[in-house]
Design a protein around this ligand. Structure first.
Ligand code: MG
Length: 377
């Protein structure tokens, strides 16, 4: 099979919401369609990929740097995204991965979509078969949202959480650290009341930065609350302050969504003071370079004595569901908004079934299918 066209689009995926670190007004994500010369039912077979949310669209890097290399590859490689990753990283210096991992993840997703479609199976079943896993027909899920909106948003937040519980969720996560402490605490207490016995976590989005005093003051505001976990309390790369956070609270710490490479994860596991029996890792499969980039991250977990079930990837859409189900990861983060490309998965008693359609199943997901409208003609 040959790639005959590589189509990219960057879409606005944000809105008037924010967390402790950023606003989402200008947030974007990119979509990639790899059109092949293979014809199925009279139409060319197409591999689809879509960025995760939170780091802006990766299309410019695909267009200028990795797309031309992909086009120049031996077509025989295309069924093996792990080999493609190695080829695309030729002449790339080690370390400092940053945004290039996101572009590689977008390409990787589209290649796996193609490979699974060609095999006639959903990606999670292909991954399980290829990497010696059982595959999970249901995966644990949590609903992620609770962003700050303008003004006093406690009533809207409580309504958002109750709606999630009504849709079958048993685990919820909201933002924290973005208001003065008293107002933030009142907002969190309102959320805990609305959560009505569901597990509730808070995401600080690195709000305490590299400041130990800010960390300890913030943890003090959370001390007596029944939280499922405290996410990203400090700068993603301040390993010493991670260690201080882990030592300062009995509540699980969750982090890792801004680490994009196996060596970055190894450093966190070696020096961040996190505990495999208690804490959670959240590297984003797409931002780590996709499945081919996630495999060395899994090896880093195993080398560090971490069960893969402690990895709950950041900010998924269907690509992450397949990774969780196919590679035996812990669970899936889905957006609270069911109309979002990052949400819309059917949940029952806190679990969701990964798609059974061949490939990633984007075509059967209303919001994800809309992303690719007009790109496939
Ligand atoms: Mg987060």
């Amino acid at each position: 099979v040959r790639i005959v066209a590589l189509r990219l689009r960057t879409l606005a995926v944000g809105g008037a919401i924010r967390n402790a670190a950023i606003g989402f007004d200008g947030m974007t994500a990119s979509a990639l369609a790899l059109v092949t010369d293979q014809v199925v039912d009279g139409r060319p077979l197409v591999g689809l990929g879509f960025d995760s949310i939170g780091r802006y669209g990766s299309a410019p890097l695909v267009e200028s740097r990795f797309g031309p290399r992909l086009r120049a590859l031996d077509p025989a490689l295309l069924d093996d995204p792990v080999a493609v990753r190695a080829a695309l990283l030729r002449d790339e210096k080690p370390g400092g991965h940053g945004e290039r991992s996101i572009a590689l993840g977008l390409i990787d997703a589209a290649l796996w979509d193609l490979a699974a479609k060609r095999a006639g199976v959903p990606l999670w079943r292909l991954l399980a078969a290829r990497f010696g896993m059982k595959g999970a027909a249901r995966v644990p899920v949590y609903a992620s949202g609770g962003h700050y909106r303008a003004g006093d948003d406690r009533a809207a937040l409580a309504e958002e959480l109750r709606a999630c519980i009504g849709r079958g969720h048993t685990r919820l996560k909201i933002k924290y650290g973005g208001l003065p402490p008293d107002a933030d605490r009142r907002r969190l207490e309102a959320a805990l009341r609305a959560a009505e016995g569901a597990a509730l976590a808070v995401d600080l989005t690195g709000a305490c930065g590299t400041d130990p005093a800010a960390l300890h003051a913030t943890l003090a505001t959370l001390r007596d609350l029944p939280l499922a976990w405290i996410e990203e309390p400090v700068d993603p790369l301040d390993l010493a302050l991670h260690e201080a956070a882990a030592a300062a609270t009995p509540t699980p710490i969750a982090t890792g969504e801004n680490l994009f490479d196996a060596q970055e994860v190894t450093n966190l596991l070696r020096h961040g003071g996190l505990r495999p029996a208690r804490d959670l890792l959240q590297m984003d499969v797409g931002f780590c370079g996709g499945i081919a980039g996630a495999l060395p991250v899994l090896a880093a977990l195993e080398a560090g004595g971490w069960p893969r079930a402690r990895w709950w990837p950041h900010a998924g859409h269907l690509f992450a569901v397949h990774a969780v189900a196919g590679l035996g990861l812990g669970g899936h983060e889905t957006a609270m908004d069911p109309a979002s490309p990052f949400g819309g998965i059917t949940v029952e008693a806190g679990e969701a079934a990964p798609p059974e359609a061949p490939g990633l199943g984007f075509e059967a997901h209303r919001a994800l299918a809309a992303v690719f409208e007009g790109m496939l003609d």
